[in-house]
Design a protein around this ligand. Structure first.
Ligand code: ATR
Length: 293
């Protein structure tokens, strides 16, 4: 990729903190956006060791680093070192974007605002809807929180280990003061009232190179879906997505979420709004990159 940017005395630095960071597509997205919009920023990956996380954040602030993304394994560990935290990120308990303030950094969760925006872009509604979420790991918990925050009326939360779904249901039903989450075993999907739902796939099953795997094999399950949203984007078309389509539903992968978490972060750092046209163009770039691997 040839960036036309020139580094000069006014260039601002942004970066990604994680371990590992070598496979990230974030530099590609952010440097493309800066280049495209003539913003004098540069974005680089920072491999940070656990015991140096606090120093890394304090050091970044001292160096006047404008913004940071945070990835695995630090999305929760970073919270004690922030000066301020956005309410949704606080509720989720995970932060992936830091915005510089005078005193320190303010943390946001643009993974979830980005997922919400990606779904909105596709015309997928949350307000007042009943949905199904597959999985009860960190990702599915964040998705459940975000969906309740944006007022879904009911979530069937299905997991292999039902106790983990139960734990999330207990926690979030209390936070949102309503019995919105119904925890279930993956095998019990036939207890879900028969109609059409948005189904969000939040497990790691089907992720490359295990691309043939699917969290629920039974085709009957997919009759419950008008839309399937897989958080996975490698492969570009997962087995889950294929099964949704075979049952007559519409399916999406997680690339839109990846795009919009970056766009939301970029907008927070630079106080601008990115147009649909630039978003689409960046999406095409990402898609080409994903298909290379
Ligand atoms: P993440 O933080 O990405 O959500 P995680 O916390 O390890 O990752 O969660 C992984 C999810 O994938 C869990 O819902 C897990 O189910 P369990 O809670 O029962 O372990 C699910 N998962 C992983 N491998 C699975 C498999 N072979 N069959 C069913 N579910 C699986």
């Amino acid at each position: 990729m040839g960036y036309k940017m020139t580094v000069n005395g006014k260039t601002r630095l942004c970066g990604l903190i994680g371990n590992p960071v070598s496979h990230t597509m974030s530099p590609m997205i952010h440097n493309h956006l800066a280049d495209r919009l003539h913003i004098n920023n540069i974005y680089v990956p920072f491999h940070v060791e656990t015991e140096e996380l606090q120093q890394a954040i304090e050091g970044a602030h001292a160096l006047n680093v404008l913004g940071m993304n945070v990835t695995v394994p630090y999305k929760t560990d970073v919270i004690p070192f922030l000066d301020e935290i956005d309410p949704m990120a606080k509720g989720i308990g995970a932060v992936n974007t830091l915005v510089r303030t005078e005193q320190g950094y303010k943390g946001y969760n643009t993974d979830m605002t980005g997922l919400c925006r990606a779904m909105q872009t596709e015309g997928i509604r949350l307000d007042g809807e009943e949905i199904i979420i597959l999985g009860a790991g960190g990702a599915s918990r964040s998705v459940a929180y975000m969906c309740l925050y944006y007022k879904v009326s009911k979530i069937y939360l299905l997991n292999r280990t039902v106790e983990k779904a139960q734990k999330i249901a207990d926690e979030l039903n209390e936070v949102f003061e309503r019995d919105a989450i119904i925890p279930m075993s993956l095998m019990d999907f036939d207890r879900i009232p028969v109609k059409k739902y948005l189904v969000i796939q939040g497990t790691s099953i089907g992720l490359y190179p295990d691309s043939e795997a699917c969290v629920i094999e039974d085709p009957c399950f997919y009759q419950l879906a008008h839309t399937g949203y897989d958080l996975i984007y490698r492969p570009f078309q997962t087995r889950f997505m294929e099964k949704i389509e075979e049952a007559g539903g519409v399916s999406y992968n997680g690339l839109g979420m990846l795009l919009f978490q970056a766009i939301d972060a970029f907008e927070l750092w630079n106080h601008i709004e990115i147009s649909d046209e630039v978003a689409m163009e960046t999406y095409e770039l990402l898609k080409a990159e994903t298909k290379k691997a």
